[in-house]
Design a protein around this ligand. Structure first.
Ligand code: F6P
Length: 340
């Protein structure tokens, strides 16, 4: 009988529980055993595990977070790679480890695979920046939350004749800003992939005011460069990612000065990651979980499940780790059509 380990690592994301449920559901159907690893890589290093069966995953489909817990601990930063996890793997009899994670986690998974631990990856992140898949689960939920925020902020912006900056997550890529900006009808969108010119943004806003729209909403990706030169080294997490958040507070005074219009900032932060997943994310996450279990039970490893068109397909984990996927020009061009 195959024994699958399942682990959620890195930042949490709506839909994690749906993947876990998908893995367990398919495994029970195919007579395989599932070992849940608690608290991400930390749990795998420390031997924190629990068996998972159908009863453990009942009622979790629509729940935010992860029933297994997660951490930003990395076996190659806080341990010796395979050597630090193989004790738990051997003791539990795990044949293949299903790793549900973002780019940092998947890169560690690939290294473990190369060192000899069979691994199957599942692309998770609200940032939607993993290569090899059209989309990651969690992104749809984050966009929904950010869009609702933009809608709400638009009505108060209008009442007060203000410029409102709405800062969204996404790290070095502007997927959430672009999607939520388009969906919420933002008057301008700033993303890390495209250099911005605050004088040009100020002119868009002044133009709106001249034409009777005395308020504006700007969606800001958290990873955009600050307008001022700041030499301070950012804090980084275990995977070496800069800790972001708050750049809109540095952009706001510049826009206020350039336009003369009162400006406010809202940073959406972790609200974008919490709470229940959308129906689309529940379906995608369930399909990923089932496909990952199938690969693991069939002893196919070194792969990641990916969405391509209407299909869920296996792609080499190395392909997913080769780059961080950004917003393409065509999509951003659509957003720019509606600036102003
Ligand atoms: O990668 C997901 C993400 O939510 C990013 O969008 C954000 O910059 C980061 O994680 C926040 O990380 P933490 O939860 O460690 O503050």
């Amino acid at each position: 009988m195959a024994v699958l380990g399942v682990l959620t690592a890195g930042g949490d994301c709506p839909g994690l529980n749906a993947v876990i449920r998908g893995v367990v559901g398919r495994s029970v159907e195919r007579d395989a055993e599932v070992v849940g690893v608690l608290n991400g890589w930390e749990g795998l290093m420390n031997g924190q595990v629990r068996p998972l069966d159908r009863d453990d995953v009942r009622g979790i489909l629509g729940r935010g977070g992860t029933i297994l817990g997660t951490s930003r601990v990395d076996p190659y930063v806080h341990g010796d790679g395979l050597a630090s996890v193989e004790g738990t793997v051997r003791r539990t009899g795990i044949d293949t480890l299903i790793v549900i994670g973002g780019d940092g986690t998947l890169r560690s998974a690939l290294r473990l695979q190369e060192e000899g631990l069979p691994v199957v990856g599942v692309p998770k992140t609200i940032d939607n920046d993993i290569a090899g898949t059209d989309v990651t689960f969690g992104f749809d939920t984050a966009v929904e939350i950010a869009t609702e925020a933009i809608d709400r902020i638009t009505s108060t912006a209008e009442s007060h004749n203000r410029i409102m900056l709405v800062e969204v997550m996404g790290r070095t890529k502007g997927w959430i800003a672009t999607y939520a900006g388009i969906a919420g009808g933002a008057d301008a969108i700033l993303i890390p992939e495209v250099d911005y010119d605050l004088e040009a943004i100020a002119e868009i806003i002044r133009h709106r005011h001249r034409h009777g729209h005395s308020y504006s909403v700007v969606a800001v990706g958290e990873g955009v460069k600050p307008p001022d030169d700041d030499e301070t080294e950012p804090e980084v997490d275990a995977f070496g990612f800069a800790r972001l958040g708050g750049v809109a507070y540095r952009i706001a005074p510049v826009l206020e000065r350039l336009t003369g219009f009162e400006t406010r900032v809202t940073v959406l932060g972790h609200t974008q990651r919490g709470g229940k997943p959308t129906a689309a994310d529940r379906v995608l996450a369930t399909r990923f979980g089932v496909a990952a279990a199938d690969l693991a039970i069939d002893r196919r490893s070194g792969l990641m499940v990916a969405a391509r068109g209407t299909e869920i397909v296996p792609v080499p984990l190395a392909e997913a780790c080769a780059e961080i996927r950004g917003v393409d020009e065509t999509l951003f061009g659509v957003a720019q059509t509606f600036f102003g």
